[in-house]
Design a protein around this ligand. Structure first.
Ligand code: MG
Length: 252
């Protein structure tokens, strides 16, 4: 009887370990690598939800008059977003015909899609004051739609990450730039989200982070052999332009 009890405990514990060790999929700028979609569009978010990924990533920049919009590059059709008023860019279309989304319109669609997280990347801005305004505006909108428990944050800007750690201590805030050690991230209260080549230079960082309880996301991984190696190393998340391929690999 005792042996059976211990066997059950062991089976349960190993089940838990398997669950917690499962690498999860983050669709990079949504799932746009399919018919009719384009990165950072609302259709790419809807596609990511259909693909049943853990999370969908997007990029946010704030306009001069304080409207956060979803876009990767600093500029759109020759206009620097940070220096443009929203009225100047609001009618611009993405290459698939969708209108350039505001972060609020993106959240309105997101709030209708259950069982997916949003990974919000706040882009570095030219002026620090604009980075702080972007953090304020993004956090305000997420609270307005009561989506706090469904959002993780990432940034290349250490200033933005520090602001977010202060403002949303309940959320995961991961730093992207790749030069800060797992131990220093732990001290800063941040998680790790680095390009996969960083771990060629620092091969112990994944295991160090895991031992410290710092979660590990790796970007942007599109090659199957790199996906396999990272899954074997037990990374928490892989960000990819090919979420359907990574899903298939994880479910083999
Ligand atoms: Mg991004």
């Amino acid at each position: 009887m005792k042996t059976l009890f211990y066997s059950l405990v062991l089976a349960f514990a190993s089940g838990l370990c398997t669950l917690s060790a499962q690498t999860r999929v983050v669709a990079h700028r949504g799932f746009w690598n399919c018919e009719g979609s384009v990165e950072n569009s609302i259709s790419s978010l809807v596609n990511a939800h259909k693909e049943k990924v853990y999370g969908s990533e997007l990029d946010v920049i704030i306009t001069a008059d304080g409207i956060p919009v979803v876009h990767h590059d600093d500029s759109i059709q020759g206009m620097r977003i940070e220096e443009a008023d929203y009225a100047q860019i609001k009618d611009l279309r993405l290459s698939n015909g969708e209108v350039l989304p505001t972060f609020e319109s993106y959240l309105q669609t997101f709030s209708t899609l259950p069982d997916i997280k949003l990974i919000v990347e706040i882009k570095p801005h030219l002026r620090i004051v604009n980075e702080d305004r972007a953090v304020n505006a993004v956090v305000y909108l997420i609270q307005k739609y009561r989506l706090e428990s469904r959002v993780d944050y990432i940034s290349f800007s250490m200033n933005i990450c520090k602001e977010l750690v202060e403002r949303v201590p309940y959320a995961s805030v991961a730093y992207l730039n790749g030069e800060v050690s797992p131990a220093d991230l732990k001290t800063l209260g941040m998680d790790m989200d680095y390009h996969y080549k960083v771990f060629e230079k620092h091969p112990t960082w994944i295991q160090e982070a895991k031992a410290l309880g710092v979660s590990v996301n790796v970007w942007t991984v599109n090659r199957e052999e790199v996906m396999k190696s990272l899954i074997e190393q037990g990374v928490d998340f892989i960000t990819t332009d090919k979420p359907a391929d990574l899903n298939r690999l994880l479910n083999q």
